[in-house]
Design a protein. Structure first.
Length: 142
């Protein structure tokens, strides 16, 4: 399904920011969700392939998260294996605490208890990120 690039209003703010793992849901669930939100007149930000990719979350994504009233997080099997997704999630949670942003998690083909208790593939991915972070911190201290 083809996506329009990230839609914006005249103020550069959004009703909804969609956070998702592209390989899991971009061309299926998230595509349909995005289309339905847009059909209902809900100004929705969705990452398109034109945004700069890199080792850290792009400034455009940070701004979109900060300027959204709601975030929908599509937690899928490979969501936690993406450093990019986890950085989005951290920013969303920060905005939830500091700006009162509302957050709706959607569990897509993943057991909510696996996410909550860091089990299964979701938990393994989080453990791998933690291991890499610890190794990087140790290298910096040497």
């Amino acid at each position: 399904m083809a996506f329009a690039s990230a839609s914006s209003s005249s103020q550069g703010s959004y009703d909804v920011f969609l956070s998702f793992r592209g390989e899991d849901t971009h061309n299926s669930f998230t595509a349909h969700l995005y289309q339905e939100l847009r059909t209902k007149g809900i100004n929705t930000f969705i990452d398109d392939d034109k945004l700069e990719r890199g080792r850290v979350i792009s400034p455009a994504l940070v701004t979109a998260i900060e300027n959204s009233m709601f975030s929908i997080i599509v937690l899928s099997e490979n969501y936690a294996s993406s450093k990019w997704c986890l950085e989005e999630l951290a920013k969303i949670l920060e905005c939830m605490k500091t700006r009162g942003q509302r957050v709706l998690p959607i569990f897509y083909n993943v057991d909510p208890s696996d996410v909550r208790k860091h089990r299964g593939k979701f938990g393994a991915a989080l453990a791998e990120h933690e291991k890499n972070l610890t190794e990087n911190m140790e290298r910096l201290q040497i």
